[in-house]
Design a binder for this molecule. Structure first.
Ligand code: 3H9
Length: 714
């Protein structure tokens, strides 16, 4: 028997175990192994029922995404095909029980649905997350799922891509029993009950009672497409998933499967699928740091302490508490502490109201957060995170203090978003223990943490930060120590270019509309207003000494700042805000822009949406190329992950560097050269971009070939 799939028979029940670590993906050999094992069990007169179970930590996490990646890029023999395997499972003459633990995702759930019955552990997660990869379920999932759970639930599961836990799956009819004790024992007992009960086997493909009809389901499809357009803006796959489920209602099973396959093949050949599959692997690659071995010892973070209970500190405290880490949260003044804690409480209360978790869970989390005005207990902390105001002097002062209090093996982190981590570390006697942990606001929600590796930061501390990010449910990306690190360093020219566009003839709302239709989660001016015009103003002032003299400066920011238009917090910035904080285009801003342009001698002209997108996105790409070449990011794909998880870049475009590859580096460079000629120094092409474009290369080939034997530039 193939070792990917094992068969053992005991007392009339054959147990088929899939062993393809780490997640039992349906890689080549697994479907074949399953078929061979089924054949043996089918032929064995002593076998009366069959249980299929996953070895290790999970059932089956889906088709092998590496195979899908090959298919998406036109390599290999096309996407995998599981029809024969699924039909054989379903046509087995003995009851087949699928025993699910961990995850049954995508192809995993599709295999499970081909079984006659399904049982699962209470914490098992089941779903069809294919839309996250820009595809639809392609192993008959869109045809079997509505037969088991009904059309509305099938649409929801396939469009949202969100898995559900076993108890909900039981309610929906996706599984038949939740097993509280040992899964295999429970599954075998269930199989024996089936044998004792006798009767016909239930084949999912033959069920029709939950399918409804074309007319009855029409409104579900309309709602499903609305949901797809709203929650997955500009994406092809979610809409296509609804089409495929519609085929389950309007066509016989076999024809529906053919239709699904056609749609699946269309999706996998799309740029969106390629981009999303890139994003999947990029997100998993970021934790692999060339000079840090996987086995390196990490510090165990059980107790954290945070300095500053403002928006960032409070959010980080929640992120820690959510992961079961106890936190001491320190502020200087009682009123600031009270305000911070109240914000945390309100946040949790909202989550309870929305049914995200129970009051009991909220109480447990609140109990993990200890508000205080002193450093009491900081000597016990495994990790101290400074989340104070963005000022070097203040940060140095805090680090001097905590260096005196913290135990020797305590990791000292700064949540700085721009400042030099080496300078901060230099005031301590343990620079090796100092690291940047740049969280994004709201820190309890946003997935990105930039892990800033200083000159002296030890490998153990970097590995600890990566492990911590994972524990917090976040994506940690290790970056080098330059101004703004990766994310904000690219954000600065993006913001600046958007402001130039407005001065040259666009309006903030036109720029924002163009960017959101490109797919950005928010327009850049709405982002500015949310972050605060004063904050941006201060950043610019602090950076002044770093800018080359004589370069053009956007004029509007200073105007808004001096008018007290600080953004959402003051009710007006680039936009006006109503009580629901909805941005409203403001004629006063338009007038101000026009006046400012006259003062600045700028002749306004109509600006196209294409120009907006090119100038805003290409300036980021150019900066990204500089960062990459200077070594402040390990891979172009790391920059993509930063922009996908922290800056609202559309996932279906794969991140800025992947997007550049999609456009073609030559084309991007040609346009950058034109813009350089028109607008001067800010557009000087990055040497790496020049080089790659000239050689007909891409950032992806650079990632694959580049020798990054050592750490980030220091
Ligand atoms: C599908 O099924 C299509 C079908 O409908 C039709 C086909 C015709 N394949 O995330 P982790 C690797 S589409 C290959 O760090 P966790 C992953 O790269 C698929 N590799 O662990 C990583 O490798 P490495 C539908 C996979 O515990 C390692 O496993 N299914 C796959 O945080 C550990 O992964 C999905 O979309 C795979 N399917 O999370 C599920 N899955 O160590 C995708 C994982 O070398 N997977 N790997 O970096 C997940 O969501 C998470 O991995 C999972 C575990 C929740 C399972």
């Amino acid at each position: 028997m193939d070792k990917l799939v094992n068969l053992a028979t005991s007392d009339g029940v054959a147990v088929i175990t899939i062993n393809n670590p780490p997640v039992n993906a349906l890689s080549p050999g697994v479907p074949e192994g399953l078929l061979a094992a089924l054949d043996v069990a089918e032929e064995d007169p002593l076998v009366h029922a069959i249980v299929i179970i996953g070895g290790g930590r999970t059932f089956i996490a889906g088709a092998d995404i590496k195979e899908l990646e090959m298919a998406a890029s036109g390599r290999g023999n096309g996407p995998p095909e599981f029809h024969g395997t699924l039909a054989s499972i379903e046509d087995t003459s003995k009851p087949v029980v699928m025993a699910i633990h961990g995850t049954a995702l995508g192809g995993g759930n599709e295999v499970a649905m081909a079984g006659h019955y399904r049982v699962a552990t209470p914490d098992a997660q089941i779903g069809q997350p294919e839309v996250n990869l820009g595809i639809i379920p392609g192993a008959e999932g869109t045809q079997r799922l509505p037969r088991l759970v009904g059309v509305a639930a099938a649409v929801d599961l396939c469009v949202s891509g969100k898995p559900i836990r076993a108890p909900e799956a039981l309610k929906l009819g996706l599984i038949d029993r939740v097993i509280d004790g040992d899964l295999l024992t429970g599954a075998v007992a269930f199989a024996r009950e089936l044998v004792a009960r006798g009767g016909a086997l239930r084949k999912t493909r033959e069920l029709t009672d939950k399918l409804g009809s074309e007319f009855v389901d029409a409104s579900i499809f309309v709602a499903g497409r609305d949901q797809a357009r709203k929650t997955r803006r500009n994406m092809l796959a979610p809409l296509k998933a609804v089409d495929a489920i519609e085929a389950a209602v309007t066509m016989p099973f076999d024809e529906g499967c053919k239709k699904e396959r056609e749609i699946f093949e269309e999706c996998i050949a799309s740029d969106q699928a390629r981009a999303l599959i890139h994003a999947f692997f990029a997100e998993r690659a970021v934790s692999k740091i060339p000079d840090i071995p996987k086995e390196i010892a990490v510090y165990n973070i059980r107790q954290a302490a945070i300095i500053g209970a403002g928006t960032m500190g409070g959010g980080i405290a929640m992120a820690c508490a959510n992961a079961g880490i106890s936190v001491r949260l320190k502020e200087l003044q009682q009123h600031a502490l009270d305000h911070g804690l109240e914000t945390i409480r309100k946040n949790y209360e909202n989550s309870v109201k929305k049914g995200r978790f129970s009051q009991e869970v909220m109480d447990q989390r609140m109990a993990l957060i200890q508000p205080q005005l002193t450093y009491e207990g900081f000597d016990q902390a495994d990790l101290i995170i400074e989340a104070a105001f963005e000022s070097m002097e203040l940060k140095k002062h805090i680090f001097r203090e905590i260096d005196k209090i913290a135990k020797p093996d305590c990791v000292l982190a700064s949540n700085t978003s721009t400042l030099d981590i080496d300078e901060i570390a230099s005031v301590t006697a343990r620079p090796g223990m100092v690291i940047g942990l740049h969280f994004f606001s709201p820190a309890n929600v946003m997935r990105l943490v930039e892990i800033v590796r200083g000159k002296a930061t030890s490998k153990e501390v970097v590995a600890t930060a990566l492990a911590l990010a994972k524990k917090l449910g976040k994506v940690g990306v290790v970056v080098g120590n330059c101004w703004g690190f990766v994310g904000n360093r690219m954000m600065l020219p993006y913001m600046r270019e958007a402001q130039f566009l407005v001065e040259e003839g666009a309006t903030p709302e036109q720029v924002d509309r163009a960017l959101t239709s490109f797919g950005m989660a928010m327009g850049i001016f709405a982002v500015d207003d949310m972050g605060g015009i004063d904050v941006q103003w201060r950043v610019r002032e602090e950076r002044k000494h770093m800018e080359k003299p004589g370069l053009r400066v956007p004029l509007m920011l200073a105007k808004l700042f001096h008018l007290g238009r600080l953004g959402q917090k003051s009710g007006a910035g680039w936009y006006r805000y109503d009580e629901n904080r909805k941005p409203i285009p403001d004629p006063e801003v338009h007038t101000l822009i026009e006046k400012t342009a006259v003062e600045g001698g700028i002749e306004r002209r109509p600006i196209s949406d294409d120009e907006i997108i090119e100038r805003c996105i290409y300036i980021m790409i150019n900066e990204g190329a500089k960062i990459l070449e200077e070594g402040y990011a390990l891979r172009a794909a790391d920059i993509d992950v930063i922009y996908l998880t922290g800056y609202g870049f559309p996932a279906y475009r794969g991140g800025p560097m992947w997007y550049a590859d999609t456009v073609g580096l030559k084309k991007v460079l040609d346009r950058i050269r034109e813009l350089h000629a028109q607008h001067g120094a800010f557009w000087e092409p990055a040497p790496l971009l020049n080089k790659l474009a000239d050689q007909g290369q891409s950032f992806a080939t650079y990632d694959a070939s580049h020798d990054r034997a050592l750490a980030l530039a220091q």
